[in-house]
Ligand binder design. Structure first.
Ligand SMILES: [Zn+2]
Length: 336
C-alpha cells in the first residue's frame, strides 16, 4: 500500500500509451480518421488489453489507433499537456513522461524536431503552473534501427535541459540488441542527459547484462529476466542501478506468466532498488501507480516496509538534482 506521507512518483510512463481515449475519439472524428464503431466503448474494446498476449501483431494496431491522432504539432502539444495533467491529478508528486519523436511523427510525416518542440512547449506551460511535478525523457525506438535512431537523437539532444532530462531505448530488444546503440548513449551522456533503457522484458538476463555493460544506464526498464541470473542481479546492485518495474504491463505482454510469478519480490529480497510504474495506462484500462502498489501487496506479497522503500527509491532515481528531490520532499510534507 502507498504511504501517503511519502512522495509517489512514476518514472516509466509512455506518452504514446497515456493518451485519453476521449481525446482519441474527439480528434479521430474531427480529422476523419478510422476508428472502431461504438464510440468510446468501441475504442475501449479495441485498445484495452483484455487478456495477456506477446503477439506484437495484436498490440501494434492498438498503438496505431492511438498515434494516428498526431496530425499536427498542436495535437502533440494538447496530448502531452493532458498526459502530464492526468499524472498530476492521479496524485503523483512527480512523473517522468517518455516519448519517441519518430514514433509520434511517423503516421502523418511530421518533423520529429517539431514534435519534440511541441511536447517540450506543453511541458513548459504545465511546469509554470505546477513546478517540479514533471520532466520528459526522449525515446530511441530501436526497431527503426541504429541509423534512424541517430537521427531521432538529434531532437532529443536539442531539447536537453529544456524539460527533457533523459534518454531511453525502447522496442524489440531481441532483434536490436543494446550494443548497436553504444554511440547514441555516449553522445546523450556527453550532452548531460541521464540514461535508462528497456531490457530483460522480451529477452533474457544476457540482454540486461549487455545493456548495463555497454550503455551504462542509471536505470533499467522492466529487467524482468534479470531475476533468472543472480550474477546479473549482483551487477545491477553493484552499479547502483534502479529497476523501473511495471508488473501489470509485464503480465499483459506475457513477460511473466502471472502476477504471482513476477520477480519483484526477488528483486526486493536481493536488496535491489525498484520503483513501480504504469508504463502504458491507456492500454491497461487507465491503470494508476496506486493500483500497481496494491497489486504488489496483494498478489506479490510485498511488505509495507518494502513498499515504502520503493517510494523513496523512486524519488531517489528521478532524473533531477538532489536539491530538486529535497524540494519535492519538502512540498510533500507541507501538503501532508
Ligand atoms: Zn516501457
Amino acid at each position: 500500500m502507498i504511504d501517503t506521507a511519502l512522495p509517489l512518483v512514476d518514472l516509466h510512463r509512455h506518452l504514446e500509451g497515456s493518451i485519453r481515449l476521449e481525446t482519441v475519439l474527439e480528434l479521430s472524428e474531427k480529422h476523419e480518421l478510422p476508428i472502431p464503431a461504438g464510440g468510446l466503448e468501441g475504442l475501449q474494446e479495441a485498445v484495452w488489453m483484455s487478456e495477456p498476449t506477446s503477439d506484437i501483431l495484436k498490440i501494434m494496431p492498438k498503438f496505431d489507433l492511438l498515434r494516428q491522432v498526431y496530425v499536427d504539432y498542436e495535437v502533440c502539444k494538447q496530448v502531452a499537456r493532458e498526459c502530464i495533467q492526468d499524472a498530476i491529478d492521479e496524485g503523483l508528486d512527480y512523473v517522468e513522461l517518455r516519448f519517441s519523436p519518430f514514433f509520434m511523427a511517423e503516421m502523418h510525416q511530421l518533423d520529429p524536431m517539431g514534435v519534440t518542440e511541441a511536447v517540450c512547449d506543453a511541458w513548459q506551460q504545465i511546469d509554470k503552473e505546477f513546478p517540479l511535478r514533471s520532466r520528459l525523457v526522449g525515446i530511441l525506438s530501436r526497431t527503426y534501427g541504429p541509423e534512424i535512431c541517430l537521427q531521432e537523437l538529434i531532437p532529443v539532444m536539442a531539447f536537453a535541459g529544456k524539460g527533457l532530462v533523459g534518454l531511453d531505448l525502447a522496442g524489440d530488444e531481441a532483434r536490436w540488441p543494446a550494443g548497436l546503440f553504444k554511440e547514441h548513449f555516449e553522445r546523450a551522456r556527453n550532452a548531460g542527459l541521464r540514461l535508462t533503457a528497456h531490457a530483460g522484458e522480451f529477452a533474457g538476463a544476457d540482454s540486461v547484462r549487455e545493456t548495463i555493460e555497454i550503455l551504462k544506464p542509471d536505470r533499467i526498464g522492466h529487467a524482468v529476466h534479470a531475476a533468472d541470473d543472480p550474477a546479473v542481479m549482483a551487477l545491477i546492485a553493484d552499479r547502483g542501478i534502479t529497476i523501473e518495474s511495471c508488473p501489470t504491463s509485464n503480465y499483459f505482454t506475457c513477460s511473466v506468466p502471472s502476477y504471482e510469478a513476477h520477480p519483484l519480490p526477488v528483486f526486493l529480497k536481493n536488496g535491489l532498488k525498484v520503483t513501480l510504474n504504469a508504463d502504458d495506462p491507456t492500454l491497461f484500462s487507465g491503470l494508476s501507480v496506486w493500483q500497481e502498489y496494491e497489486l504488489a501487496a496483494e498478489m506479490m506479497g510485498v511488505s509495507q516496509e518494502e513498499s515504502k522503500k520503493m517510494q523513496l527509491d523512486g524519488l531517489e532515481a528521478a532524473f533531477i538534482s538532489a536539491e530538486q528531490k529535497a524540494d519535492i520532499q519538502k512540498r510533500k510534507q507541507i501538503d501532508f
